[in-house]
Design a protein around this ligand. Structure first.
Ligand SMILES: Nc1ncnc2c1ncn2[C@@H]1O[C@H](COP(=O)(O)OP(=O)(O)OP(=O)(O)O)[C@@H](O)[C@H]1O
Ligand SMILES: [Zn+2]
Length: 583
């Protein structure tokens, strides 16, 4: 009796608080009512058991949910606590939290990196698994980025910090995942709304079961007991916990595997994806384009053409610009940047060099200026058929040269697409701003179903909407910069290799921390598995509730049996959801 009073006092208070503050009849109130009624009827042992088991399961539930939520925190422990920093030519150990942007620190072989930075001395292979989920070591040399908590291999690295500890990629991953875990999915919200109607209904029906038989002169003790058993049986604890526990566990696991999913709702959406749309440059290809051919047209030398091209591209952010600048610097060509630079979206760029207005960009850019490229089309198309992007360099009156640029295909692209199909994706589509011939050459090697080329960012968005209408939910995968509108329009937007670019992290629903395309089918399968477990949990809870309710009203179950079955089903659901903590 004391147990009932003490235990009951606590959750009774909680139940009443909920009732008063949120004007809501919650599960606590159901349990509280059942316990009181049992107590009033003199069934003290039963009431005590109810209060006791309910409190235990509540505590256990809170504890596991907390554990699952903080599983992602374990990543933090991989980061070192101190860093060997070089200040004023002296090397001292400081706490990582004291590192400032611009500090130079040393990472000895076998140590982990203190915070995000850029290599300024040395080279080594680094295991980036803590950030990207991929344990194949990556070579890091001068000028390359390293990330906090990644593990240095054989060489010593001297690194200049580009982020403080609190602000680095690892901290951001953890923060993002924790935020995601707090957000609610569509089905979760539905269940919660449902609960708001359901619990009062249970109480009402319980009242009817307890009172109505009195009118017919049936034994009231029997029916009041049935009503109590009914209320406990129908309490939706397991139903309500099914979704959140699974999502919290899944989001944490995804984060530890380098998949940043920004909310349970996206996992739910991913499980329904039927179409995958991929950007070409930087997604299917490595994003490391290289100049392969230079065609001279007006008697200017290769050096001259490259120097002019580089003068324009030194002002451009486009990946193709990088290729041209690299080629110029390999040839030892000094670059004097163009003035009045302007980029022409989806076509190229223009600027003034030595007083002359020059253009660089797609053949379309030049035909748009009124130049005829017909004598050159055969050569251009031959290059494009090899999967190369052809850009012209010229003025308003003539094209001085053509530069062919090739961005090699990712080695795992074909396999990743085949895997996507096996995971149940009906259609894989390429969306690119590049020209059709080059796009088809790449597409042919990887086995996509459809190619759409020459698209502006707005065209890409429109295509995503069209695909969705035609085949079902679309997942758009892009590099997150010029694909941003399409990423936003898709059912799920996925940014590739987000380690480093804030834009990608912010626009997409999911950011892959590694560049590995194999992560895409993994992501789809992961979401399907999560969704499968959620459905199992919902079905199980519904069946248990259904059986108990029928038994309760029929008078087959006593209160202890109902309480036990109820709590067991809740534990089973939690354990089942926690399966997503592994893998
Ligand atoms: N700075 C530039 N220098 C040279 N050509 C350019 C430049 N910017 C754009 N272009 C031309 O415009 C075309 C379209 O560019 P856009 O950025 O829309 O797509 P992309 O990067 O080629 O492909 P994807 O959409 O697959 O990423 C390029 O293929 C190229 O021919
Ligand atoms: Zn319960």
């Amino acid at each position: 009796m004391v147990a009932v009073l003490v235990g009951g006092y606590y959750f009774g208070r909680e139940a009443l608080e909920e009732l008063i503050k949120e004007q809501e009849i919650g599960i606590e109130l159901l349990m509280f009512t059942a316990a009181i009624v049992a107590g009033v009827m003199g069934q003290w042992a039963e009431a005590a058991m109810l209060v006791f088991l309910y409190s235990i399961s509540e505590a256990a539930e809170g504890y596991t949910a907390e554990r699952a939520r903080h599983a992602i925190r374990s990543l933090m422990e991989l980061a070192p606590k101190i860093a060997l920093v070089r200040r004023d030519n002296q090397e001292t150990n400081i706490l990582v939290e004291q590192l400032r942007v611009g500090d130079v620190f040393i990472v000895l072989p076998g140590e982990s990196v203190a915070t995000d930075g850029e290599v300024i001395e040395g080279h080594s292979s680094v295991n980036q698994a803590p950030v990207t989920g991929e344990s194949v070591p990556v070579e890091k040399t001068l000028g390359e980025k390293v990330f906090a908590a990644t593990i240095n291999g054989e060489g010593a690295l001297v690194v200049r910090a580009t982020k403080t500890f609190a602000d680095n990629t690892l901290s951001r991953i953890i923060h993002l995942v924790e935020e995601a875990q707090a957000s609610k999915g569509r089905s979760q919200r539905f269940i919660e709304r449902f609960g708001k109607i359901y619990s009062p209904a249970v109480l009402g029906v319980g009242l009817l079961i307890g009172l109505v038989p009195l009118l017919f002169g049936l034994p009231w003790e029997d029916w009041v007991t049935r009503a109590t058993v009914f209320i406990v049986s129908a309490a939706p604890c397991a139903l309500v916990i099914s979704i959140p526990i699974t999502l919290v566990a899944a989001l944490g696991t995804a984060g530890r595997n380098g998949l940043l999913i920004k909310g349970g709702v996206h996992l739910e959406n991913l499980a329904k994806v039927r179409v995958v749309a991929l950007d070409k440059t930087g997604t299917l290809t490595l994003g490391r384009p290289q100049v392969t051919d230079i065609v001279l047209l007006t008697g200017r030398t290769e050096r001259e053409v490259l120097a002019l091209a580089a003068a324009l591209e030194s002002r451009s952010q486009h990946p193709l610009a990088q290729a041209i600048l690299e080629r110029a610097s390999d040839g030892g060509i000094a670059v004097s940047p163009a003035v009045d630079f302007q980029s022409v979206t989806g076509a190229g760029a223009k600027g003034v060099v030595d007083g002359v207005e020059l253009f660089i960009g797609s053949p379309k850019l030049f035909t748009g200026l009124g130049l005829s490229l017909s004598p050159l089309m055969a050569r251009i198309e031959a290059l494009q058929r090899e999967g190369k992007t052809v850009v012209g360099l010229g003025s308003r009156v003539e094209v001085h040269g053509l530069i062919a640029i090739m961005d090699p295909l990712r080695p795992d692209a074909a396999q990743a697409i085949a895997e996507l199909k096996r995971a149940g994706i009906k259609r894989v589509v390429m969306l690119t701003g590049d020209n059709l011939l080059a796009a088809q050459a790449i597409a042919g090697q990887v086995g996509v179903d459809e190619v759409h080329a020459g698209l502006s960012p707005e065209d890409k968005t429109r295509k995503v909407v069209e695909l969705e209408a035609k085949y079902g939910k679309v997942m758009m995968v892009g590099d997150g910069v010029n694909d941003a509108p399409a990423l936003a329009a898709a059912h799920v937007g996925v940014a590739m290799g987000a380690a480093g670019t804030d834009v990608a992290l912010e626009t997409a629903d999911v950011a892959l921390m590694s560049d590995n395309l194999a992560r895409l089918p993994y992501l789809i399968r992961f979401s399907q598995r999560t969704w499968g477990i959620i459905q199992q949990n919902l079905a199980l809870s519904a069946i248990v509730i259904g059986t108990l309710v029928v038994g309760a009203v029929g008078g087959y179950f006593t209160l202890p049996i109902a309480v036990l079955a109820h709590e067991i089903s809740e534990f089973v659901v939690i354990a089942s959801g926690l399966r997503m903590l592994r893998t």
